[in-house]
Structures are given as C-alpha cells and as structure tokens.
Design a protein around this ligand. Structure first.
Ligand SMILES: Cc1ncc(COP(=O)(O)O)c(C=O)c1O
Ligand SMILES: N[C@@H](CCCC[NH3+])C(=O)O
Length: 417
C-alpha cells in the first residue's frame, strides 16, 4: 500500500487527498493508483528480463478497462476465464496473441471467438474440454494451440476456498492421467500441444508449494519429451500473495528467481498469471461512516459500503485494514465492527477494529484493488460503486457509479391484462 500514505494526518494517493475524491465522486468508491499497478507489473517484468517469458495478468482480479489498458501499454499479456474478459482485453487494447484462456467450462461460442482473434493458447482443464476445443477448431478450419492445466496435488497452504491444486479441487487434469491425455491430444488433428500449466491457489505466502508443483510438472515434461511430445512453455499460473496485514509473502523477484533456477538449462518458455499481486495493493475502497451504534458490549460503525461492494471479508473472513482518511487529534478510540447497510448478519467489512471516528468520517478499506469491484453485486438493489484512477496527481473517473436506469435495464413487466 505504499502508494497510499498519510501526509499531515490525511490519507493521500500521490498528492491527492482521498477526502477530495470522496467529495467529488461520492462513496463508496474504488480508487486505484496507476503508479502502483505499473510498479507491481514491472517487478515481474524486470525479474524476467532477457528470458523467454510472458506475464499474463489475471483479468479476474480487476477487469476495469483502464486497469487493463495501463497493463497492455506495458506489454502485458492476459489470462482470461470468459468471453467477457476477452472482450474487455480487446477493448482495452490488449494483444490477443498474448492471451491465455483458462477455466473449467469453456463454451463453444467462447472458443470460436478466441480462435477468431488468435489467442496465444487454451489452458485445457479436462478431456471433455479437449474434445470440444478439437471439434470447434475443426469446424472453424483452424488448429488451436493448447496447454493442459495439470493438477499437481500439492497443498498451497491457503484458504480452502482459494486453494486449487489439490486432487479434490475441480481444476485441471489429474497428474496421474496427464500422460495418457497428452498422448491422446497429440493424435488429434485440430489441436497443437504447446504447453503445460498449473495454478495451485491464491494468496500463497511461501515459495515452497510453487516449487513442489514445479518439480512435479518438470518431471512430467521430461516424461512427455521421452515420448516425443516436446512442449514450448510452462505456465506457473498466479497465486503469489500480498500483504493485507502482517503477511510476508516473497517478492515477485525472489519467487521468479527460484523458478528460473529450477528451469535453468531448459529451453522451455515461461508464463505467469499474476492477479492479486499486481492489483490488490494498488487500490482502496472509500466508504463513509453513516452512524455509530454503541450497543452494550459491542459498538458498530455503520458505513455506506457493504458486502455487495466488497465481499471478501464476508465470503472468506478475509482481513483488510480499515483506516481513517483523516486522523483525529481528539476523541476516543473504540473497538468497532465496521458493517454495511445490507440486511445480512454477515455484512461486515471488518470486525473488532480500533478506530477513533465519528459519523461522517471517511474510511479506506485497504488492499481492495484485487477481487474487490469485480466481485461486487447489486444485492439489496444497491448500485455498484464508481471507480477512479489516480495518474500523475490527476484523478480520472474510470467507471461511473451505476444508475437506477442501468440497474433495471432489460427488465420487463408482464404484458397488461
Ligand atoms: C488459472 C488462474 N490463473 C491465475 C489466477 C490469479 O491468481 P492470483 O490472483 O492469486 O494471482 C487464478 C485465480 O486464482 C486462476 O484461477
Ligand atoms: N476471489 C478470491 C481469489 C480467487 C482466486 C481465483 N482463482 C479472493 O478474493 O481472495
């Protein structure tokens, strides 16, 4: 969160006081720092300089067009999981030849469009999907470059909802079946086997699970090579964690150095699919305190942002720092549950937070640049927040707050009786 800092008791993004943004755009509002996004991306790019590597930002983490555009301008590739994400990448000026298409349920029309625009490769997650891609590519008159997402059965040591590399997870093909499936794909007419990928989970704070997965994948790469199936690239997926509070994840540089060391002497190209580690700490969500409710034994700060705006705390019991945008000299610090107006007991942004606040104060929910706005909903018929980006001390609205017209678009009453 080093792009957001206090100056004279006020929280700023560069020279812009966050209170000014709230005044202009209302709350809740997401605020992204272009500089922070760029630095996070460049930490990968610098570590990979001189290597045959592609950094495919995981669009699911934050798919705002301006965010994608900032990364596209730096030469990023993109990891997508839906046609919607592909259309966003194209609109944002992303290069389709640097797009990898992940996800367990690709539909025929999505595959067709991806073939039309010429993506880098399909990360295939099952034998049934292999058959579908082969068939759709045949009908399309093309040959699809493919990689298999292999499930290495390693424990990523993260929250069970965001762990993906165990055999009980739905993702990828089992490592035990991989050789047979690769052989089968090699016989098919409309696919060209070019790679292997994995993604073992998100918010990993150690390098070791990545290394375990890499060892298993490289052993498989070697077995395939002995059978005449030579791969062009290995895709490590995303998953590198960030600091939400006191975690100390490895830096992109040290993670990449460890990967490069294991890969040394090999011809294989590399792909990474970072999402959270690019976007999380490049954004905050601003929310205003509506009321303080001091019940016996429990105090609540009722704010105008809610679980529909930022669901990570409710969904994963995720901890994100909540800090005042203006530090009070006087007044009393109390422990509050910071809760939204949604009619659910689980609607909270933080629990037991020590804050010196009053009604009307502005709070920043930190590390909200990834899996924040993208997971927002209209639950309780609430409007989706605006998104703004600070670029070189200027503030740009990069998505307007939804309107009630937007919200009801396409809905119809039954015909009159
Ligand atoms: C296939 C794939 N790649 C990349 C990512 C991005 O992960 P992260 O945001 O943890 O870097 C995910 C999400 O976890 C994913 O499922
Ligand atoms: N949405 C999750 C991460 C999901 C990773 C996607 N495979 C989070 O906020 O932590």
């Amino acid at each position: 969160m080093d792009s957001f800092e206090y100056r004279n008791g006020r929280l700023h993004c560069e020279d812009v006081a966050l209170e000014r943004i709230a005044d202009e755009f209302g709350t809740p509002v997401y605020v992204y720092s272009r500089d922070a996004l760029e630095r996070a991306y460049l930490s990968y790019a610098t570590a990979l300089e001189g290597h045959n590597a592609l950094i495919c930002y995981a669009v699911k983490a934050n798919s705002n067009l301006a965010v994608l555009n900032v990364l596209a301008r730096l030469g990023a590739g993109f990891d997508i999981v839906s046609l919607g994400e592909l259309e966003r990448v194209l609109r944002a000026g992303g290069d389709p030849s640097k797009v990898v298409f992940s996800g367990v349920g690709k539909q025929a029309h999505e595959i067709r469009r991806a073939l039309d625009v010429g993506i880098h490769c399909f990360n295939i997650e099952s034998e049934a999907e292999l058959e579908r891609v082969n068939q759709v590519a045949g009908e399309h008159g093309s040959v699809a470059d493919i990689s298999f997402r292999v499930n290495p059965d390693v424990d990523a040591g993260t929250h069970p909802y965001i762990s993906t590399g165990l055999k009980e997870n739905k993702f990828g093909i089992a490592i035990a079946d991989a050789q047979r499936i690769y052989q089968r794909a090699a016989q098919m007419e409309h696919v060209n086997v070019v790679g292997m990928d994995c993604h073992i989970g998100s918010q990993l704070t150690e390098v070791a699970p990545f290394m375990d997965a890499l060892d298993r994948l490289l052993a498989l790469v070697d077995r395939l090579a002995e059978q005449g199936i030579a791969l062009r690239h290995l895709d490590m997926g995303g998953g590198l964690g960030v600091c939400y509070t006191d975690e100390q994840p490895p830096s992109a540089q040290s993670y990449i150095e460890a990967v490069l060391e294991k890969m040394s002497g090999r011809e294989l190209g590399l792909i990474f699919e970072p999402g959270r580690s690019i976007a999380a700490n490049a954004g905050v969500m601003l929310t205003q305190v509506e009321f303080l409710k001091l019940n016996e034994g429990k105090s609540f700060a009722i704010v105008d942002g809610a679980m529909n705006d930022l669901i990570r705390p409710s969904l994963y019991s995720a901890y994100q720092e909540i800090i005042p945008c203006s530090v009070r000299e006087a007044g009393e610090t109390r422990s509050y549950d910071v809760v939204g107006p949604v009619c659910e007991t689980g609607d909270f942004l933080g629990k037991d937070r020590d804050l010196n606040i009053e009604a009307g104060d502005l709070l920043a929910v930190c590390s909200a640049g990834a899996y924040g706005f993208v997971m927002a909903s209209n639950y309780n018929t609430r409007l989706r927040a605006a998104e703004v980006m600070v670029d070189d001390n200027q503030v740009f609205e990069v998505r307007a707050r939804e309107t009630y017209q937007d919200l009801m678009r396409g809905e119809k009453l039954l015909p009159a009786e």
